[in-house]
Design a protein around this ligand. Structure first.
Ligand code: TTP
Length: 193
């Protein structure tokens, strides 16, 4: 068996994958994330596949690669990372006072067995309390929104505005780790460091 590779530059995903106790290596991808569908589940699944496939060239024949992507969906909009503070403001203005869905797509790919590739997505519903414009601006000033889908981090200062969730918390932070572990546990004894 080869190595387990996390195809991600996200420090959160690295931390979440560590919870499995499996040895793994991080290879950040650098591809553009372009969404070609209005279906958020389809979008994150496709992006997770692209991220996993993008590092295939740098992986060994027996390596197992994980790619993941997270978006926020509300009404018919799919929100990725904000391009700047103005976009962060308009995203948070839309999200406050209501519920939305967070989707993370995951692909697990054994480089030598392309036909056994697994792709799935997980949805978590997040209920956000009403926020004043001043609270939104104060939150943006923390710097937390800029590298996160939907312009917030449930694991950070935004926690005070989260009334509750339905589904997997870790999925919101960027990796549905318990569901993913279901696909990874078979590699447990066989991975190289
Ligand atoms: C909604 C939400 C998202 N996020 C993060 C998870 C993801 O890292 C990020 C969404 O961006 P992604 O494009 O999914 O991931 P990334 O660019 O950070 O990392 P990579 O593509 O290299 O794997 O938003 C939080 O940390 N907390 C939250 O509450």
């Amino acid at each position: 068996m080869g190595k387990l590779i996390l195809a991600s530059a996200s420090p959160r995903r690295k931390e979440l994958l560590s919870l499995t106790g499996l040895p793994f290596t991080v290879i950040p991808g650098n591809g553009e994330e372009v969404i070609h569908t209005s279906d958020p589940a389809e979008a994150v699944e496709a992006l997770s596949r692209e991220k996993a496939e993008a590092v295939c060239g740098r992986a060994g024949e027996e390596d197992v690669i994980i790619g993941a992507d997270t978006v926020v969906a509300l009404d018919s909009l799919i929100l990725g990372k904000p391009a700047g503070e103005e976009e962060a403001f308009s995203m948070l203005k839309r999200l406050q006072g209501r519920e939305h869905a967070v989707y993370t797509g995951v692909t697990v790919l054994e480089k030598g067995k392309p036909l056994e590739r697994v792709t799935f997505s997980e949805k978590t519903t997040v209920h956000v309390l009403p926020m004043t414009d001043e609270e939104i601006l104060d939150y943006i000033a923390t710097g937390e929104p800029m590298d996160k889908a939907g312009a917030y981090g449930i694991q950070g200062r935004f926690a005070v505005y989260v009334r509750g969730i339905e589904g997997d918390y870790q999925n919101v932070v960027g990796l549905p780790v318990s569901r993913l572990y279901g696909f990874l546990r078979k590699y447990k004894e066989n991975l190289n460091d």
